[in-house]
Design a protein around this ligand. Sequence first.
Ligand SMILES: Cc1cc2nc3c(=O)[nH]c(=O)nc-3n(C[C@H](O)[C@H](O)[C@H](O)COP(=O)(O)OP(=O)(O)OC[C@H]3O[C@@H](n4cnc5c(N)ncnc54)[C@H](O)[C@@H]3O)c2cc1C
Length: 392
Amino acid sequence: MPLTLSLPPTLERDLYTEEHELFRESLNDFVHAEIVPHNEQWEKDHMVSRESWLKLGEAGFLGMQVPEAYGGLGITDFRYNMLFTEVLGHTGCAGPAVGYPLHSDIVLPYILHYATEEVKQHWLPKMVSGQAIGAIAMTEPGAGSDLQGMRTSAIDHGDFFLVNGSKTFITNGYLSDIVVVAVKTDPSQGAKGISLLLMDSAMKGFTKGKPFHKVGLHAQDTCELFFDNVEVPKENLVGEVGRGFGYLMTELAQERLVVAQSAISLAEAYFAATVEYVKERSAFGKKVADFQNTKYKLAELATDIAMSRAFMDHCVKLHNEGKCDGATASMAKYRLTEIQCKVADECVQLHGGYGYIWDYLVARGYADARVQRIYAGTNEIMKELISRKVLS
Ligand SMILES: Cc1cc2nc3c(=O)[nH]c(=O)nc-3n(C[C@H](O)[C@H](O)[C@H](O)COP(=O)(O)OP(=O)(O)OC[C@H]3O[C@@H](n4cnc5c(N)ncnc54)[C@H](O)[C@@H]3O)c2cc1C
């Protein structure tokens, strides 16, 4: 059943045009036919189906920004990408709301912006059609926030790099076909020693761990990746040697906006489900919605959501004009993921015991929300980045 969203009534949005709203309608129909009914099974499988990727590709919802020459739609208006995440977030299906946008809006840009023409021609059409699933691998068992401490090495052997090492916590990792891997091409250097390589998961010596059993995001295949003497051809270098850290810093702003968008959209879904619930549930001869505490809690959450949504829409507008800097994207990621966790927690409380039962959207939301404050740069790292701008 599509969820009727009770967005805070005072908020009038002017981010989207009529065309965007038509896109929302068709996407909404698609996700309620092809995603929502399968989410429960996917949570048990610890991953979405490959078929769902192909269906999304066939419907034109993957890599929409890819130029027509590479099989895409050439839609350069990023609001469509953000609407994609918003609509998925509003279903409350957090695994899909994270994994598909990561492919289109986080992994694909590295190929689009920095890969060679040959690599683009090979991979982009497959990523648009859903035949090739993308992942990005930065984190290692011994290096997460401190990326410069990574140890996966790529030694120059003339025609190829010889890669050894491992990565962990990789979203879409188990299903991945094409992975942007951060490697050390010069271990004697910090940031300047980091490069990005595109690795085909079919390459000899590339293996994957089983999907982790996580606290939440159960429909997401997060896993380890291992590289044992993998020979990566030189043409798979993303951009130039030693510039990987710079590329990451440039592209991570968009990653943080995508996480912020999923955070606020999922929070809106928890809120809507809770408004419906408290109007139905009775205690002490009246509806739970009639208790003063319930009204005040909903008022608080509605205010937090309205303010977050306004800031999010502002960031999307800025980003669409190429004007959203890293600190602003970090503010959105930090604050909106905190709000998501707060909304999830309060919504569980307003559901009482049912809020702790997995069948209820808010219970899953409570578990799903927590990691949003950790990945894509922890919220402590976001505060570091914001404070640098403040003090500059
Ligand atoms: C479900 C999931 C999906 C993920 N997906 C991906 C993915 O697709 N690709 C990928 O590369 N990674 C991914 N990650 C990894 C994620 O980005 C890292 O876990 C995260 O960056 C934190 O790194 P860490 O786990 O090593 O923690 P650490 O860096 O060890 O941090 C531990 C604690 O120390 C704090 N800390 C660290 N440095 C500082 C500092 N300078 N100042 C203040 N506090 C600090 C942190 O904020 C944290 O609270 C994923 C993680 C999870 C759980």
